[in-house]
Design a protein around this ligand. Structure first.
Ligand code: GTP
Ligand code: MG
Ligand code: ZN
Length: 350
C-alpha cells in the first residue's frame, strides 16, 4: 500500500520532515488498544508500542495516537515498531467533556472520536430512531471538526414517508447531501460509492443499531463487521461494534466503523454548541455593528482576526454554516446558554 492510498498528503509530509532525518518512517494507525497499536506503513503492517516520552509529555489522552492518526515509527530489529511521535491532526472529531457533562460522567477531557477523517456519514434510522434534534447535534459535532457531513437515512424499508423526512432535513442541513437507503437491500449502496476516493477516509457515526456495520458489510460485499438486531444489543447495554478500525475498500478509500454513540455523548454537544464558538462570540463584541454578520460590514473585528491570522478562516466558515443551519442567532446570549445547559442537565438526570 502506498502512502497516498493510506491518506498521506502534503500537510503530513511537511510535518514529517524533521522525523525523516532521524531515520523514522511514517505510519497510519489502523487500530489502537491501550498498550499496543496496529500501524500500517509503506514497509508493511506493524505492531507498535508508544514511546514512553510521548505518554510522559501528553497533557491528556487526546495527545495520544488514536485510529486514523499519522505517527513517526522507529522500526525495531525484532520486527515490531516504536511510535516516537504523533503528527498533528488535520481534522479532529472530538467531544469536550466539560461543565455539566463532566459532572454527569465524571470525565474531564477532550475525547477524540476520529483523527484525519475527510467525510462523516451521520447515520440515522428511519424507524423509531429518527429524531431531527439529535441530527442537528450530530451536525454540530461534524461542523466543529471540519470534516464534511453526509446524512444517511437508513432502513427506508421501515418508513412510509421518507420523502417528507428528506425535505425536513434539507431545511435544517442546508447544502448537506442526504441519502435515504436500505442497507439490507441491494441497490441503494451504489449512490454512496462516489465518497470513497483513493486516500479519503469516511467515518460512520450514529446511535447503536442504526445499521452502520450493516452498511459497511454491504459496501465491502462480505460480513466483515458483526451486526445485531437492535433489541439484543441495547438490552445488554452494549454496542455491537466496540472499536474503531481503518478498513480499506477494494476500490480505494478508507472506512471507519464506530461504536454507537449514546444519548449522553450527544448531550455534551448541545452544551458544547452553547460555548463552541466562544472565541468568535468574544471577537464579535468588538464589531462596529451589533448585528454584524461578519461578511463585508465595515469595522468587523471577526474578519479582521481572520486577516491577521488570529482566527482560522475555516472556523469562521463553520460558525456561519452552523448559524445558518440552526437559525440560532439568538442563542448567542449568555442567558440563553445558561437556560439550555440547565434544560439538558435536568433531562439527563430524569
Ligand atoms: N429493516 C432494516 N434493518 C436493517 C437495515 N440496516 C440494518 N438493519 C438491521 O439493524 C440491526 C442493527 O444493525 P448494525 O449494523 O449492527 O447497527 P450498528 O449501527 O452497527 O450498531 P452498533 O455497532 O451497536 O453501533 C441489524 O439487525 C441489521 O440487520 C435496513 O436497511 N433495514
Ligand atoms: Mg456496528
Ligand atoms: Zn463582525
Amino acid at each position: 500500500m502506498t502512502l497516498e492510498e493510506l491518506g498521506w498528503s502534503p500537510f503530513f509530509a511537511e510535518h514529517f520532515k524533521s522525523h525523516r532525518d532521524k531515520g523514522l518512517v511514517p505510519g497510519r494507525v489502523l487500530l489502537a488498544h491501550k498498550s499496543e497499536l496496529q500501524v500500517f506503513s509503506e514497509k508493511g503492517n506493524f505492531t507498535a508500542k508508544i514511546a514512553g516520552k510521548i505518554r510522559y509529555n501528553a497533557e491528556s489522552n487526546s495527545n495520544l495516537p488514536v485510529t486514523g492518526d499519522w505517527v513517526a515509527l522507529r522500526l525495531l530489529p525484532d520486527g515490531s515498531a516504536l511510535i516516537e511521535a504523533l503528527l498533528p491532526r488535520k481534522i479532529t472529531v472530538s467531544r469536550l467533556t466539560t461543565g455539566f457533562r463532566k459532572k454527569l460522567v465524571g470525565q474531564n477531557e477532550v475525547q477524540v472520536l476520529g483523527a484525519n477523517i475527510d467525510v462523516i456519514f451521520i447515520v440515522t434510522g428511519l424507524d423509531r430512531d429518527y429524531n431531527l434534534r439529535r441530527l442537528e447535534r450530530y451536525l454540530t459535532l461534524v461542523y466543529n471538526s471540519g470534516a464534511s457531513p453526509v446524512i444517511i437515512l437508513n432502513k427506508k424499508d421501515l418508513c412510509d414517508d421518507y420523502e417528507e423526512k428528506i425535505l425536513e432535513i434539507e431545511s435544517i442541513a442546508i447544502g448537506v447531501p442526504v441519502h435515504a437507503i436500505t442497507a439490507r437491500g441491494d441497490d441503494d449502496l451504489q449512490e454512496l460509492l462516489p465518497y470513497f476516493k483513493k486516500g479519503h477516509t469516511v467515518s460512520l457515526l450514529g446511535s447503536s443499531g442504526v445499521g452502520k456495520s450493516t452498511i459497511i458489510n454491504k459496501l465491502l460485499g462480505f460480513e466483515r463487521q458483526k451486526t445485531n438486531p437492535i433489541s439484543e444489543a441495547v438490552n445488554k447495554g452494549q454496542h455491537t461494534t466496540s472499536n474503531r478500525e481503518l478498513i480499506f475498500m477494494p476500490e480505494g478509500g478508507i472506512i471507519v466503523d464506530n461504536p454507537g454513540m449514546r444519548e449522553i455523548d450527544l448531550l455534551a454537544d448541545d452544551e458544547d454548541v452553547a460555548g463552541a464558538f466562544q472565541d468568535i462570540d468574544d471577537l464579535a463584541q468588538h464589531c462596529r455593528f451589533n448585528d454584524c454578520r461578519h461578511d463585508s460590514e465595515p469595522g468587523c473585528a471577526v474578519k479582521q482576526a481572520v486577516d491577521n491570522g488570529e482566527l482560522d478562516a475555516e472556523r469562521l466558515r463553520n460558525f456561519k454554516k452552523m448559524q445558518q443551519n440552526n437559525g440560532r442567532d439568538n442563542r448567542r446570549s449568555g442567558a440563553f446558554r445558561a437556560e439550555e445547559q440547565e434544560k439538558w442537565y435536568r433531562k439527563a438526570r430524569r
